[in-house]
Design a binder for this molecule. Structure first.
Ligand SMILES: [Zn+2]
Length: 336
């Protein structure tokens, strides 16, 4: 796995080499940034660099036995903690997670949720998983090798799990790196955050997105993607096209004088979108850039969209939520 293959890779490598040269490798790092900016493939590349016995902790050889098992996410000292749910224990979820991530290092949380739970239930990293981790960490490592523990979407750590972790991170075993990847920094308790070196990953530039997509992108595509490669792929997915079109048409309908457009078929289409909460987040960028809305109107629209997206994540009835949002927004957006 090569640093330069991933967004932010070369910049991160420079910072990492700095830490190495000062022998200041932190015991825990918290990487924060939106989904789809490359945190996961970078963490994976870093794990390989640390676990390769022939490397220098910055570059892996890429060919030895250890490198090969890290590349398959099967290295015993690369401990993966993705969120699970639906009563599925980690052991059951892991083979699926390894497979999904190997096929797509930019796997999104909603894709993972769909894969693991089929859209039923919700995901978290629970205290049971942390107890398993404790067992793994107390196993004496016979060689002077590194261990890497990756919390994928650490914002989904339960309070209890985060508390159980505190003690471990406070007194970390030697040569162990805890990597917490999260989309929101404040979702982790301050006590845990304060033990981590925090690094922020900004959204990707248009140039980087075009390089990843291997094609030039329209202004509309870039604006919907909001600097996230995972979101860009959904924007470009032909299966999503009718839903994106329904979203645009619904927004237009909301802005027209009452009675002109029949919005019910539009929200019926939208309610069937497989990734509706993501779609609403795309809607947020459309509202933000809308030329005819005032700032307070934009803010109310954005708040409404974000709230509905959250409630859909909580499995409330999407059609009902969209109908309520329609009433609220029509009232407010048509006020002059
Ligand atoms: Zn190697």
């Amino acid at each position: 796995m090569r640093w330069e293959s991933w967004p932010h890779g070369e910049a991160f490598l420079k910072e990492w080499e700095q830490l190495l040269s000062h022998k200041r490798i932190p015991a825990a790092m918290l990487w924060v940034g939106p989904e789809g900016v490359g945190k996961t493939p970078l963490a994976w590349t870093l794990a390989q660099a640390l676990l390769c016995p022939k490397g220098d902790l910055a570059y892996a050889c890429g060919t030895c036995g250890d490198c090969q098992v890290v590349a398959k996410l099967e290295h015993p000292f690369f401990w993966l903690l993705p969120p699970t749910g639906g009563g599925k224990p980690l052991e059951e979820a892991l083979p699926l997670f390894r497979q999904a991530l190997s096929q797509d290092p930019f796997l999104s949380l909603s894709e993972w949720e769909k894969l693991l739970l089929g859209g039923r239930g919700s995901l978290s990293i629970g205290v049971e998983e942390v107890r398993h981790l404790q067992g793994f960490l107390t196993l004496a490592s016979t060689q002077a090798v590194w261990r890497v523990v990756l919390f994928w979407h650490a914002e989904l750590l339960t309070r209890q799990a985060a508390n159980a972790l505190l003690k471990i991170v406070e007194e970390p075993p030697e040569r162990t790196l805890f990597l917490f990847l999260a989309t929101r920094v404040e979702a982790l308790p301050a006590t845990l955050r304060s033990r981590c070196q925090i690094k922020k990953f900004p959204p990707l530039s248009a140039q980087v997105l075009e390089k990843l997509a291997g094609t030039s992108l329209s202004v509309a595509q870039l604006s919907l993607a909001q600097g996230s490669y995972s979101r860009l792929r959904r924007v470009m997915d032909p299966a999503q096209a009718p839903y994106i079109e329904a979203l645009r048409a619904w927004l237009r309908a909301l802005l027209q004088p009452a009675g002109d457009t029949d919005w019910l078929p539009l929200i019926e289409t939208l309610a069937q979108a497989p990734q509706l909460s993501d779609l609403l987040l795309m809607g947020v960028s459309l509202i933000r850039e809308h030329p005819h809305l005032s700032l307070p109107q934009k803010n109310l629209g954005i708040d409404t969209f974000l709230r509905v997206a959250d409630e859909i994540e909580a499995h409330l009835n999407p059609l009902l939520l969209l109908a309520e949002a329609t009433v609220t927004l029509r009232q407010y957006w048509q006020k002059k």
